[in-house]
Design a protein around this ligand. Structure first.
Ligand code: CA
Length: 513
């Protein structure tokens, strides 16, 4: 194993793979760059100013685009939270692992297999301090020993390779509504233990179904269980009252912890995975952001997210780290259109469609479900103000970050992850960096496959239906980005070819060649 000391020694001797192309930065800093990966929640392709939005203002995110590269064909790999996050951290398609291929509850076991190489485990071996701040949603505990929030909460992020973790377990709309730091629930009073169930009511806390008059925002049936902070959730919890979060303060808390991690690790290479709650439901902006956008609370939480990113950028400037930091901003799936909470934003989607100009939304295999804003800044390495139309996936971050750190990628690590660094650096290649990309929703099937301009979607694949022209959709994205014209009948040979390719990827344990 390579220790940090050994790695830095290697850097000093000029042996690490930092000699990538591009001009030498004015303030070239020695050593490998810090890496900050900001994964927003449910941000759509059209949600940022630099991606065409006009009814919200995102000056800090626009700054990253202005000072770096913006990708127009980057994909979250899945159209919902958990599988995207699993693929990002492991470089393995989530549909290969039944534990991580679907949206997890707050009591699901850790989806990442013990001993599996992850982004943080590889970067740790390359000498990095590794931290995660924000939404976890990859399970905690094991099948044999389910998570107990009153004891050590593990295995979890630390066992997956992080040195430091500050997170909430699942989603903002799921119990338990508490923060965990490393292995312990923050602020928990042992005399008021936490109980959690997704099957039956526990304790005496009111639910949204029983007491709608207690709610700040009304919710649909599945989100109408235990009320915490005036918001009903998915699932039941009792106890842990002193540890419960206040929704309006989540962004402040996560941002403070992210900046603190940067400050504490400023003297050596670090990797920060910052996963804000924004803009997932429930969208409950801090009062200082309310009414600041033209798109209701949805726009206001985009402003809140932009502020969080701005705080990270300001910390890099203040600590003189910006010149030696690769910072990436993207999102885990497309914008959600259907409001499960009645916060009034549904009526405002027409003002600024979250996934414009794409078809579909979160939870669909159309482009709106998984094509994402992807911004990357690395002064002196990435040319400022550029765009790239290279096909990349968030699943590629494992191979790419390992290359950025100068670490070695074991042959069995990240089986579906490609090093797409040349695209960030603007290097011209004759062939695409990745030949194809498989996309999923929530569960093993259905899948879509993208190759070149073509995307094949077979929504009935899970029902063992062959992808023939009758039940497949085929689009040529170069000519029809909005996926209005299904050309499956026109190009039956292409349907056959992509079906065979998808079957081949599914029948082998790895797709990186
Ligand atoms: Ca999400």
């Amino acid at each position: 194993m390579i220790t940090r000391r050994h790695f830095l020694k290697g850097m000093a001797a000029g042996t690490a793979a930092m000699a990538v192309s591009g001009p030498i930065p004015a303030q070239a800093a020695p050593g490998p760059p810090n890496i900050i990966f900001i994964l927003a929640d449910d941000i759509g392709y059209g949600d940022l100013g630099c991606c065409g939005a006009t009814k919200v203002k995102t000056p800090n995110l626009d700054r990253i685009a202005r000072e770096g590269v913006r990708f127009t064909d980057a994909h979250s790999t899945a159209a919902v939270c958990t599988p995207t996050r699993y693929s990002f951290l492991t470089g393995q398609y989530a549909w290969r692992n039944p534990d991580g291929d679907h949206i997890l509850s707050g009591v699901a076991p850790l989806a990442i297999p013990k001993g599996m190489a992850t982004v943080p485990s590889l970067l740790k071996e390359a000498g990095y301090a590794t931290g995660v701040v924000g939404k976890w949603h990859l399970g905690l505990g094991t099948k044999e020993k389910p998570v107990d929030y009153n004891q050590d909460v593990q295995p979890g992020p630390l066992e997956a390779g992080f040195d430091y973790a500050f997170f909430f377990p699942a989603t903002g709309d799921r119990v338990p509504c508490v923060f965990v730091e490393n292995h312990r629930v923050m602020g928990l009073d042992p005399s008021d233990p936490i109980q959690v169930s997704y099957e039956q009511k526990v304790g005496n806390d009111p639910t949204g179904e029983e007491h709608p008059e207690l709610l700040k925002i009304k919710a649909d049936k599945s989100h109408s269980k235990t009320i915490v902070n005036g918001v009903s959730r998915i699932g039941y919890m009792s106890g842990g009252n002193s540890a419960r979060w206040v929704d309006e303060d989540i962004a402040d808390t996560f941002t403070r912890k992210a900046v603190s991690f940067i400050e504490q690790n400023k003297d050596h290479p670090f990797f920060l995975y910052f996963a804000p709650h924004d803009i997932h439901e429930p969208m409950v902006p801090h009062p200082r952001f309310r009414g600041t956008s033209e798109c209701g609370w949805r726009g206001d939480v985009i402003h809140q997210l932009d502020w969080s990113v701005g705080e990270v950028l300001a910390a890099l400037d203040r600590l003189n780290l910006a010149g030696n930091t690769l910072i990436i901003f993207t999102s885990d799936n497309g914008g959600a259109i259907k409001d499960t909470y009645d916060d009034g934003t549904n009526a405002l989607h027409a003002l600024q469609p979250p996934n414009a100009p794409l078809r579909g939304e979160k939870g669909t295999l159309y482009e709106g479900g998984h094509r994402e804003p992807f911004l990357a800044r690395w002064p002196g390495k990435i040319s400022a103000g550029t765009t790239s139309d290279e096909l990349i996936g968030l699943i590629d971050m494992l191979a790419m970050f390992t290359a950025v750190a100068g670490g070695a990628l074991p042959s069995d690590a990240g089986p579906d992850s490609y090093n797409v660094l040349p695209a960030l650096l603007g290097e011209k290649r004759a062939a695409p960096l990745r030949d194809h990309l498989v996309l999923q929703i929530n569960g093993r099937e259905p899948l879509a496959i993208r190759q070149g301009p073509w995307v094949l979607i077979n929504k009935r694949r899970g029902k063992k239906q062959p992808a023939d022209v009758k039940n497949a959709e085929l689009y040529n994205l170069a000519e029809d980005l909005a996926e209005k014209d299904n050309v499956a009948k026109k190009y039956p040979e292409k349907v056959k070819e992509l079906t065979a390719l998808l079957d081949r990827v599914c029948s082998t344990p790895r797709s990186r060649t």
